[in-house]
Design a protein around this ligand. Structure first.
Ligand code: IMP
Length: 434
């Protein structure tokens, strides 16, 4: 199994970082293929909590080489800060251990300013973006005027960056937003360029060679399937291909690597979402607080990148089945099972109802994808909860019967096995089904 793809099955924040960390110990390469520093991947090792936004979570293990693929959009300042943070924490980050695709696009301060100004202009219809400039950077990529990592080496880079800033400033003025000062930005980018140059590589070729040599490549998805630009709850999505197919364009590897690939879907044991958009199983008040936590713990449901309180709800099995289909998932990892301890009854959405009509969760019952979810009422199957604290458990056999029944129902609904369950934020708090 040379290729393993890890994707989120929901709206991001499924806990992919720590699951990547689990599999990374035995991997040769851990590669990000989409998105930028809108992602926030947390890994807790002992007393230390690592929050990674750009660098693949696998870097925390000594073995794998970290790759930032061509499908990413990279904010050089965030990257340089993240390298610094890791090095100070004793993690080795050097050009032998980390490679950045020459073809990844750059995020500049104008992209961030535009992201924020466009959100203000959208008013009530805003997307709730992270404000990291992701949408505007991918817009420039698609309109073929974006700056790429390789351009940092080009003699006319400063001029091109200056032109990009001038153009964006016109747009910022029209939006009534503050403009960006070109000279300071150009000076800053010279510094980032010096720091990034040793890491720049043809990562497409390198990952391809590794695959041919039978090495184990772990592709780390950012955000979740329901935020995919093509297949998510459009327009309340991010601007990249978050699903498994994005691996091939986002790392520049041939589709034949898909044969025999393991595609692992990471799914929280309940549903969360940051930002706007449909959320049929959303809950409020005390129930929401119980699922979300108060914010006192780092694992409570508050954004790693923005600190925003996440919307929460019961697990949506209809959307999960959709994620299984569009990614071709071969297995599931269920995270945060410990949070469900203490609920008298658990609900799992198995279908939707519209008016008097119940739409069973067969594949044909999500017509036209998930964008059209307004007005759909969830139909729940109820399960008895459990009171036991599961966080110290490491063996499947020791899980409460009610927890096993809930997991079995998820497996039945999706048609794929649950391989791992996480029962706490620590690296070792994993229960394996095998
Ligand atoms: P953007 O990616 O900043 O453009 O934001 C678009 C939508 O995706 C917003 O609803 C964000 O809250 C959401 N989003 C982006 N990145 C993440 C993530 O890593 N986790 C959860 N939601 C995200």
């Amino acid at each position: 199994m040379p290729l393993q793809i890890i994707v989120g099955t929901q709206w991001g924040d499924e806990g992919k970082g720590r699951i990547v960390d689990w599999f990374a110990a035995d991997s040769d390469i851990v590669a990000r293929y989409n998105g930028g520093d809108n992602a926030g991947h947390s890994v807790t090792v002992g007393a230390k909590l690592f929050k990674l936004h750009l660098i693949p979570s696998g870097i925390i293990h000594p073995r794998p080489v970290a790759v930032l693929g061509n499908g990413m959009v990279i904010n050089p300042k965030s990257l340089v800060d993240e390298i610094d943070m890791l090095q100070k924490a004793g993690i080795i980050v050097n050009p032998q251990r980390m490679r950045i695709s020459h073809a990844a696009h750059l995020i500049t301060p104008v992209h961030q300013a535009l992201d924020k100004a466009l959100e203000v202009a959208r008013g009530k219809g805003n997307i709730g973006t992270t404000g990291r400039g992701i949408g505007p950077a991918y817009t420039d990529k698609a309109s073929r005027r974006g700056l790429r990592v390789a351009d940092l080496q080009s003699p006319d880079f400063s001029e091109r960056l200056g032109n990009l800033i001038e153009e964006a400033n016109q747009q910022l003025k029209m939006l009534g937003a503050l403009t960006i000062e070109p000279l300071t930005t150009i000076k800053d980018f010279r510094q980032y360029s010096d720091a990034m140059l040793p890491y720049i590589a043809d990562t497409s070729m390198e990952v391809d060679s590794a695959l041919r040599a039978g090495q184990h490549i772990l592709a780390e998805g950012a955000q979740g399937s329901l935020l995919d630009i093509d297949l998510g709850t459009y327009p309340f999505v991010t601007s990249s291909s978050t699903t498994a197919a994005g691996v091939f364009t986002g790392l520049g590897i041939g589709i034949s690597a898909a044969a025999g690939a393991v595609v692992t879907g990471v799914c929280k044991s309940f549903q969360t979402r940051v930002g706007s958009g449909p959320f049929p199983t959303e809950v409020f008040d005390d129930l929401a607080l119980q699922l979300r936590g108060t914010g006192a713990n780092p694992w409570d449901e508050y954004g790693t990148t923005t600190g925003r309180a996440r919307r929460v709800g019961w697990l949506d099995g209809v959307l999960l089945r959709y994620a299984v289909r569009i990614n071709g998932l071969t297995e599931l990892v269920i995270t945060k099972l410990d949070i469900l301890s203490g609920f008298k009854t658990l609900k799992l959405c198995v279908a939707y109802r519209q008016g008097d009509e119940t739409m069973h969760s067969t594949f044909t019952d999500l017509p036209f994808g998930p964008s059209n979810l307004e007005g759909y009422e969830p139909v729940y199957e109820e399960f008895p909860g459990w009171t036991e604290d599961v966080s110290a458990l490491r063996s499947w056999a020791d899980l409460p019967q009610a927890a096993k029944d809930y997991l079995a129902a998820i497996s039945r609904l999706t048609g794929i096995p649950v391989r791992l369950v996480s029962v706490g934020p620590e690296r070792e708090q994993i229960v394996s089904a095998a």
